[in-house]
Design a protein around this ligand. Structure first.
Ligand code: AMP
Length: 438
């Protein structure tokens, strides 16, 4: 038997309904804040990520799914969404003279990490990027939006961590101090951090290995090295958060390891997750567009892991939306089945979730299935009822059954205002009868 690949997952019903709910909530809220969707290809030239993420990051050095195409060009399954969005922004000249570009994306990413709870090799991100301004008010607005998004999903247990990593003008001085301090503490560091001390010292700061923590605690803090422009930017950002009543904690270890990441970085973590507790990560990347060969374009954005949002929702016992039928059609006999196909069409066109089985069944068998599916109503009719224009409507929750007559259908069709489910079913049935003449 062929099985799915390690680190990938099938998203099956009913869990898939919860996925849709999270995605739809993101679309609705992000669009309300003026973000428009971009969809970039799943694979790109490898160089985009080597330059856009950085050759000496874990992602590029050991986690990418890279392959050679038949024309010997090196391609890579996208490990993240920011570099592709910025590439598209440059390629299609989305730079607007009058305003910033607000873009969001949603889809699968690929990293060859060691699979564990909350960490997969194909995972899904929703992300957003604001391109064209370095105003700290944009950063606060994005965090306000994220907090609103999480609140709508019912995720309360979350913490916003923020930091500033300075800019290419003030960071070198910090790096000098950091390198010197790391050289003194090398023996207390894990092998990865010993390597990073040389290749990418900033990354040592966000190492999660327990035994590294005492050494990390005693390293110099970037906040002591920010120049006045970076300090003013950070303070404005924090002020905007405070006035919006968005709670935050400043964490000096929060860094991004590449030169074009500048100033603000942030993470939103959740106590409901285990070791992989980061729900959302983001920051400012004012140098990225230039690193990709485009015009200088300020940028700020984030990516959230859908699997992790789902873990938090499921951990809280959040049941998937029940996609149970609102009405189960129970035709008795062949002619009644043919009519039922037309009633189903009309019900569905009029917004009613309707179930029609394709096997001939007895009444008992129909009702057993309607019950099993959790249907709210069952509409029962045979040849005789069709002749008379009568239908039996059974409310499955309490077993109450009423006969619907042509008169009653007419009265429902003529009623105005907000219709309840029962009236909607009657209206759709009236419409089906008058459209298809039965
Ligand atoms: P990053 O692009 O590494 O900043 O990650 C942003 C978010 O994507 C993280 O906060 C996670 O929620 C999620 N994420 C990153 N890597 C994985 C993975 N391998 N599996 C599942 N989620 C991930």
């Amino acid at each position: 038997m062929i099985k799915s690949i390690k680190g990938t997952r099938d998203i099956l019903p009913p869990e898939s309904a919860l996925w849709s709910r999270v995605e739809n909530t993101a679309r609705e809220i992000f669009e309300r804040y003026g973000f428009a969707e971009v969809r970039t290809p799943i694979f790109e030239s490898t160089e985009l990520f080597a330059r856009g993420v950085g050759a000496d990051t874990d992602i590029v050095s050991k986690e990418m799914y890279t392959f050679e195409d038949r024309d010997e060009r090196s391609l890579t399954l996208r490990p993240e969404g920011t570099a592709p969005v910025v590439r598209a922004h440059i390629e299609h000249r989305l730079q607007q003279e009058t305003s910033i570009a607000k873009l969001y994306y949603l889809g699968p990413m690929f990293r060859r990490e060691r699979p564990q709870k909350g960490r997969y090799r194909q995972f899904h991100q929703i992300g957003a990027e604001v391109l064209g301004s370095d105003n700290p008010a944009i950063e606060a607005e994005v965090l306000e939006m994220l907090q609103f998004f999480l609140r709508l999903l019912g995720i309360q247990d979350q913490t916003l961590l923020v930091n500033s990593i300075g800019c290419p003008a003030c960071r070198p001085q910090f790096l000098e101090h950091l390198k010197r301090s790391l050289a003194e503490k090398k023996t207390g560091l894990c092998p990865d951090c010993q390597r990073r001390s040389e290749t990418n010292p900033l990354r040592v700061l966000d190492c999660k290995v327990e035994s590294c923590q005492p050494a990390i605690e005693s390293l110099p803090k970037i906040s002591d090295f920010l120049d006045s422009a970076c300090r003013a930017h950070f303070e404005k950002f924090l002020g905007y958060l405070a006035s919006r009543q968005v709670a935050f904690t400043i964490v000096p270890r929060l860094v991004r390891g590449l030169d074009y990441y500048t100033r603000t970085t942030f993470e939103i973590t959740s106590g409901a997750l285990g070791a992989q507790n980061t729900l959302i990560g983001g920051g400012r990347y004012d140098g990225l567009a230039e690193a990709l060969g485009g015009p200088s374009t300020k940028g700020f954005g984030f990516a959230l892991g859908l699997e992790r949002i789902l873990l938090v929702l499921q951990d809280r016992g959040n049941p998937p939306d029940p996609l149970t039928p609102q009405v189960y059609l129970a035709p008795l006999g062949e002619r009644a089945f043919d009519t039922a196909t037309l009633i189903a069409k009309c019900m569905r066109e009029n917004g009613i979730r309707c179930f029609l089985d394709f096997d001939a069944r007895s009444l008992k068998s129909h009702l057993r299935l309607a019950n099993k599916l959790g249907s709210l109503y069952a509409l029962i009719f045979g040849e005789v009822e069709l002749q008379a224009g009568n239908y039996q409507l059974k409310q499955m929750t309490n077993g109450e059954q009423t006969t619907l007559t042509p008169d009653e259908l007419m009265r429902a069709a003529e009623s105005s205002g907000q219709a309840d489910l029962r009236t909607s079913i009657l209206k759709a049935l009236f419409l089906a009868r008058s459209t298809y003449h039965f």
